[in-house]
Design a protein around this ligand. Structure first.
Ligand code: URA
Length: 433
């Protein structure tokens, strides 16, 4: 097969065969297709798209380009969740223990963050001692005994995606539906769980800006996952405002703990209950209403928080720092961001809030950057709140006072004030089975 002929076929809008797609993925994985041909092909896909059959074949080929996790050493049904990424998204830290406390196993491999804020793995590593890198035997043992383990992605899962994502990132080909679907679902299929709940974020802090685009993405991911033999469903959730009040790694752990103790912010609590309930639904524990009751009960009676503490301890983390979150690391300096006008906050650009946290040290500007676990932002006021001149909008934390000025400028540019109260947008926008 000549790869230039495959590029030409896609350039001209033709449908590719399973063999042609497998040839492409194999060539990317073993390096026999050079980057210039790969990127030409990616651009052809960007403009011409792929139908659902081609997307499914691409996903399967990418999933099988490396290791496929075998979770059969873990007893019972295993449920996974994937979020398409958002600012202040600490939901995994809350929902994984809730689900585990209901007897459903969560064996989760999570990523590090690149860009605005840290990923789940970075957040967990802000807990002193927590190890995110474990051998398979220890990982399985913790899941079997505690019910949940969240570790960093290791091993050789979907190596084709690693190469393709790196090339897409620098060739303006990220925003392509078949490429996003195959990238996300190949990793999910390779990580071995029986059921997958997709949290597809919509709005200023996510790469899907409209509900219609998010719905399209969700439906294709469900289709591809279901054809691969998994139980898959999706919630479309609002990311037009950061989740909860805290952005930054240890700050987010502290907020997740308060939520598990049933004293978290309303928006975060609601989304966590709904996500956890739908994971339980996928595992067959009842209809959505029954699963919501179950999830709430585990939060209220303290069992979910106990599972979280047990997981932290099993990973070598200092349990006392999550039992008393004042012991978590916090950056040395703080700074209050004040409002110089009055009105309702009618819009917050989540992405800009995330960039502001990144400027304080809470995220990575490049793969090599080191995260300051104690840096970040506590947002006192959010969309819908009324502010007066001089009110504190947020408190920023950093290890270097010199970082506040630029971060404040970015944060203030994220906030729009208006005379009238804005329309309230629900946190859960749609549920798709
Ligand atoms: N997240 C992924 O893992 N891949 C994409 O293509 C987009 C978001």
């Amino acid at each position: 097969m000549l790869f230039s002929e495959i590029i030409k076929k896609k350039r001209d809008g033709e449908k590719l065969s399973k063999e042609e797609i497998e040839f492409f993925v194999k060539g990317v994985t073993d390096g026999s297709i050079p980057d210039y041909q790969t990127t030409a092909f990616l651009m052809a896909v960007y403009f011409r798209g792929m139908d659902i059959e081609e997307t499914g074949e691409l996903t399967l080929a990418m999933a099988h380009s490396g290791d496929m996790a075998d979770l059969s050493g873990i007893m019972g049904i295993k449920v996974d969740k994937h979020s398409t990424g958002g600012v202040g998204d600490k939901t995994t830290l809350v929902i994984a223990p809730i689900v585990a406390s209901c007897g459903v196993k969560v064996a989760k491999m999570s990523g590090r963050g690149l860009g605005h804020t840290g990923g789940t793995v970075d957040k967990l590593e802000s807990i002193p001692g927590y190890r995110t890198s474990l051998d398979t035997e220890t990982f399985f043992k913790i899941v079997n005994e505690v019910g949940v383990s969240v570790i960093g992605q290791s091993g050789n899962f979907a190596p084709a995606d690693k190469k393709l994502y790196a090339l897409r990132d620098v060739t303006a080909t990220i925003e392509s539906l078949p490429l996003i679907v195959s990238s996300i679902m190949s990793k999910k299929l390779a990580s071995g769980s029986d059921c997958i709940l997709l949290d597809v974020k919509t709005g200023s802090g996510s790469f899907m800006k409209t509900v219609a685009d998010s719905e399209k993405l969700a439906r294709e991911m469900i289709d591809v996952g279901t054809h691969a033999g998994k139980k898959v469903m999706a919630l479309i959730t609002n990311m037009d405002v950061p989740l909860g009040h805290n952005i930054g790694n240890s700050l987010e752990v502290a907020e997740a703990v308060r939520t598990l103790q049933n004293r978290g912010p309303e928006d975060l609590t609601e989304i966590c209950i709904k996500l956890a309930a739908n994971m339980l639904y996928l595992a067959g524990l009842g209809d959505e209403a029954e699963c919501i009751r179950l999830a709430k009960a585990k939060m209220e009676n303290g069992e979910a928080f106990k599972v979280f503490c047990n997981m932290v301890e099993a990973h070598g983390g200092d349990r006392s720092t999550v039992e008393d979150v004042d012991k978590l690391p916090i950056a040395r300096f703080n700074y209050e961001v004040k409002s110089d006008a009055c009105g309702y906050i009618s819009h917050m650009d989540s992405e800009k809030c995330g960039i502001s946290a990144l400027l304080l040290g809470a995220g990575r500007a490049t793969k090599e950057s080191k995260i300051d676990y104690g840096a970040g932002i506590v947002m006192n006021k959010k969309t819908g709140d009324y502010v007066n001149v001089g009110d504190t909008l947020a408190v920023m934390y950093a290890s270097d006072e010199g970082l506040f000025k630029e971060a404040e400028k970015e944060y203030l540019s994220a906030i729009r004030l208006s005379e009238a109260a804005p329309k309230v947008i629900p946190i859960i926008l749609e549920r798709i089975e």
